[in-house]
Ligand binder design. Structure first.
Ligand SMILES: [Zn+2]
Length: 169
């Protein structure tokens, strides 16, 4: 299985909306924070509940997010997009944070101890059959059991993560 950092220019339609912030351009005149980055997965739906996921897994519900139209078709197919995030100051938004559809309402329980699991980021992995690359979501409970599942198949059972060091904290 190959693990990788996020260098792959592709958008997947499946799964919840996921956007990786690669940089912050600054404040907009109407009080938003303009960020550029990669739309990694899911379909953008205007006004869907979104949250900012910090690297320690803490999430912050976002009041409103707008997506600017793609610059051109190449940017569109690569997922290179600009978001404007409202309700936060520029210094609260950083590179390598995720904006994603709110998952916290349906966070799974730890299969070992039944405690709530905290989301710990995504890792790019290779599916065993076919070599297709996709994202896995990492989860950890307060007893430090680490699990993962395919981000585009959230209904499948959690598997014990053989690389617990990937959980970013
Ligand atoms: Zn546990």
């Amino acid at each position: 299985m190959a693990l990788d950092s996020y260098g792959e220019p592709a958008v997947r339609d499946q799964g919840p909306f996921q956007f990786l912030i690669k940089g912050v351009s600054g404040a907009t005149p109407d009080g938003g924070v303009r960020v550029f980055g990669h739309h990694r997965a899911g379909v953008w739906k205007d006004q869907q509940p979104l949250e900012l996921v910090y690297r320690d897994g803490v999430t912050h519900r976002l009041e409103r997010v707008d997506m600017e139209p793609p610059l051109n078709e190449v940017c569109a197919s690569r997922g290179q997009r600009v978001l404007v995030i409202y309700g936060l100051r520029v210094e609260q938004v950083h590179r390598n944070h995720w904006v994603r559809a709110t998952l916290s309402d349906c966070s799974p329980a730890c299969p070992d101890c039944d405690r709530p699991l905290k989301f710990g980021g995504f890792v790019l992995s290779q599916r065993e059959e076919g070599g297709e690359r996709s994202c896995r979501a990492l989860w950890r409970c307060e007893q430090r059991h680490v699990w993962w599942n395919w981000a585009d198949c959230p209904d499948q059972p959690l598997e014990m993560c053989p690389h617990p060091e990937l959980f970013r904290c």
